[in-house]
Design a protein. Sequence first.
Length: 111
Amino acid sequence: MLKRWLGLSALVIVLDQISKLWISDRFVYGESFTVLKVFDLVLWHNEGAAFSFLNDAGGMQRWLFTAIAVAASAWIIWLLRKHADRTLFAFALSMILGGALGNLIDRISYG
């Protein structure tokens, strides 16, 4: 069961990276594209965390958030191993893990 959930996380990582490359290739920085009246795609680089938290911290945030992402990912994998048979819970954890690792890849690659 664990392999199934880790496979889902891997799929999320791949889709995350492909979507970011696609948008970076087709958008000018700051450009916006309206998908729905309440949803726009915008090419924007955030060096902090959610809502630009610690965006101006001078670089230390890169390593802080890298460490947090690694620790959170390890904890999520531990939870997945323990609760792989709880479908909805494991699905949610897999999606979160994929997003966290996708962001970790970006943070290591781009700062």
